[in-house]
Every structure is written in C-alpha cells, then in structure tokens.
Design a protein around this ligand. Structure first.
Ligand SMILES: [Zn+2]
Length: 83
C-alpha cells in the first residue's frame, strides 16, 4: 500500500510515540524515506513534542492535529516553506 502525504500526517503522532501497528509503521517509514515534505513535517512535529515535554505535559494538546493541519495548509499556500 502506498501512503499519500496526508495519510502519513495522520500517523505522525503515533509514529513519534511508538503507537503504530508494525505494518503501518513500515509504510510510514518507507514514505518518510523518500518524501522531503513529510520528513520536514516529522521534524517540526518532533520539535512541538519536545516543547510540550519541557513543560512536563506528555499528552498532545487538544486540537493538536487541527493546528498541525492548518500549519501545513499555510506552508503549502506559501509555496511550501520548509523550516
Ligand atoms: Zn509525504
């Protein structure tokens, strides 16, 4: 199964906390290996998680994925600025 970027984004928080099924994890990993967009998304998501960990809050903030998607939409609207 070939994942599209938007599918990978849905799995990123699970990817980072190790909550994905092995099959899904493999597909996500394979996608990340060749997709710069999703690699950048993964990096910025990881940064967000590090920030929340610093505040000793280990759960994702409410609305996390919505905000991430808004951010991605903006990135695409801006011509995909990779931070
Ligand atoms: Zn992708």
């Amino acid at each position: 199964m070939v994942l599209e970027c938007k599918h990978v984004w849905e799995h990123i928080s699970g990817y980072l906390d190790g909550g994905l099924d092995p099959e899904v994890l493999r597909d996500v990993q394979r996608h990340l290996d060749h997709c710069e967009i999703c690699s950048a998304v993964l990096d910025s998501t990881r940064n967000i998680l590090i920030l929340t960990a610093d505040e000793r809050v280990f759960e994702l903030p409410v609305g996390f994925s919505e905000r991430l998607h808004e951010r991605l939409d903006r990135a695409f609207a801006d011509g995909l600025v990779v931070e």
